[in-house]
Design a protein around this ligand. Structure first.
Ligand SMILES: C[S@@+](CC[C@H](N)C(=O)[O-])C[C@H]1O[C@@H](n2cnc3c(N)ncnc32)[C@H](O)[C@@H]1O
Length: 328
């Protein structure tokens, strides 16, 4: 029974995806201020600090208290780094609190870290039995088990379909609700994995039938897409001209949001003659983005780190206001 066997204790480390490439693209000014919205175990932050000058600053955020705890040693060793427990949807407020206006770069390396997946107590994985939690921020919000015990059948179906593209969404939701009505709510990862395996008829080769359900619940419990949209919505106010936005996504729902955001701002309509005469043109017309790159992990990295196979990194640069040579 693969679902009932907790895995042997794994070293709770994270192998950073696109480590050097992300920092290559991010680094616009070696004395600048940078935000790493997804500190994790600090792989990208460490690489960035290694390449920045003494006058630079890095503000790193993570909503997971364990990530913040794990980063304390790095903070003690480098006064250029500030590590803040906050969701990246609040990166603008964090900068306000620190008295920072615009920054030279924002990096988002989305999704979960390996320590989150590998620690059975976090309840993210169907590979080990644990309480069905799945919250990245364990200090707030409702767990996946709570969601499944409270939501109605239509809401559960919607989440599984919209965030997991699960064809058997209704059948799974029905089994969850039926269990609840029998006084057997799903509270553990192994119970959910078994229930899904029974409800899903057609299996995809090489994929555990629970993969889509677990992904969908994780996205929902952590409001991952709303977080991403809220973070991107602050980019045009916060990124200095010449500054870079680098986002690494691991599934198509995230990547679509990033792509549409970048392309939308790259295609900002030209100023009308009337707007050109205004001393301050409305924000979307002041300056847009230039899309610079879409990068996948190379073969060697994909071989070495399977997590990198689904990674898509997109890079855009903030353009200077029309008619101005940019100095950040
Ligand atoms: C893929 S890992 C980042 C790994 C990191 N780049 C490294 O090299 O160690 C994603 C991290 O982002 C955090 N995270 C995900 N969504 C977040 C959000 N909305 N706000 C803040 N942190 C978030 C997770 O808790 C996790 O630690």
């Amino acid at each position: 029974m693969p679902h009932s066997l907790p895995r042997a204790a794994a070293p709770l480390q994270h192998r950073t995806v696109l480590l050097r490439q992300a920092v290559d693209w991010l680094l616009a000014d070696p004395q600048g201020v940078y935000v790493d919205g997804t500190f994790g175990r600090g792989g990208h932050t460490r690489e960035l600090l290694g390449r920045l000058g003494p006058g630079a600053r890095v503000v790193a955020l993570d909503r997971d208290p364990q990530a913040i705890e794990a980063g304390q040693e790095l903070v003690r060793g480098d006064s250029r780094l500030q590590l803040v427990h906050a969701p990246f949807s609040q990166w603008g407020e964090v900068l306000d609190r620190l008295g920072i206006g615009r920054v030279q770069g924002l990096l988002l390396d989305l999704g979960v870290s390996s320590p989150q997946l590998d620690d059975p107590r976090r309840g993210f994985s169907f590979r080990a039995d644990a309480q069905l939690d799945m919250r990245m921020d364990t200090t707030r919000g409702i767990t996946a088990a709570q969601f499944l015990s409270e939501a109605d059948i239509h809401e559960i179906t919607r989440v599984l379909r919209d965030y997991g593209d699960e064809r058997a969404a209704f059948a799974i939701a029905k089994a969850i609700v039926a269990g609840r009505e029998r006084g057997q709510p799903v509270t553990r990862t192994a119970e959910l994995a078994t229930l899904v395996a029974q409800a899903v008829r057609s299996r995809e080769p090489g994929q555990d039938p629970a993969t889509r359900t677990f992904q969908a619940l994780r996205i929902h419990v952590n409001a991952e897409l709303a977080e991403l949209e809220a973070a991107l919505a602050q980019v045009m106010q916060r990124l200095a001209a010449g500054g870079r936005l680098v986002v690494i996504s691991f599934h198509s729902l995230e990547d679509r949001i990033v792509k549409q955001f970048m392309q939308g701002h790259a295609r900002a309509p030209a100023l009308t003659p009337q707007q050109r005469r205004l001393p301050l043109a409305p924000e979307p017309f002041i300056a847009g983005l230039r899309v610079l790159a879409r990068v996948r992990a190379d073969e060697a990295e994909q071989r070495d780190n399977p997590r990198s196979r689904s990674a898509v990194m997109r890079v855009a640069e903030r353009l200077a206001p029309p008619g101005q040579r940019e100095v950040a």
